[in-house]
Design a binder for this molecule. Structure first.
Ligand SMILES: [Cu+2]
Length: 165
């Protein structure tokens, strides 16, 4: 038990070390064909599991439906798309089945308390500059890569702050 706790503490210290550069706003938009990704940001949770979450908005400007087939990050051990649902007053996260529909002229919003990209075993080294690399594979638009700013834990949702302006 003591070893596990120590590892968690070390991971936490690594994540909050002064070497880490924090962002204060979202990033994007990035345009990939008819897909636009914007208001992207990430949050890392200190602890032994080194989990994190990415939030963003995907727009499909095409006349054709698209499908988000896969997400990945070279800085994370595992990557999945989760949905948080409240059942009987208890919030729980569940992985979504492969293939998130991005409807024609529609959007998919990933935000805290709802859909998000879930990461585990996030590398402190690869995120030391305050950015998290993300890869998304769309059926129609293809593969896109971008870097998402990491916002300090506990700060307000920068996408919501943005929308209020
Ligand atoms: Cu999750």
């Amino acid at each position: 038990m003591k070893a596990i706790w120590t590892n968690g503490l070390l991971a936490a210290l690594a994540l909050i070390s002064p070497d880490t550069t924090w962002a204060s706003d979202t990033s994007g938009p990035w345009k990939f064909g008819d897909i636009v990704v914007e208001q992207a940001w990430a949050r890392l949770v200190p602890g032994a599991a080194r989990t994190g979450a990415v939030y963003l908005t995907i727009h499909n400007k095409s006349g054709q439906d698209d499908l988000l087939l896969a997400v990945d990050s070279p800085a994370a051990g595992t990557t999945a798309i989760h949905k948080t649902e409240v059942k009987d007053g208890v919030a729980r996260m569940e992985p979504l089945p492969v293939g998130v529909p991005i409807p024609s002229h529609g959007e998919v919003v990933m935000r805290p308390g709802a859909m998000h990209i879930m990461l585990t075993k996030v590398s402190a080294e690869r995120t030391a500059e305050g950015k998290l690399p993300v890869t998304m594979v769309f059926q129609e638009a293809g593969t896109m890569e971008f870097e998402v700013p990491i916002v300090p834990l506990g700060s307000a949702d920068p996408a919501e702050t943005h929308q209020k302006h």
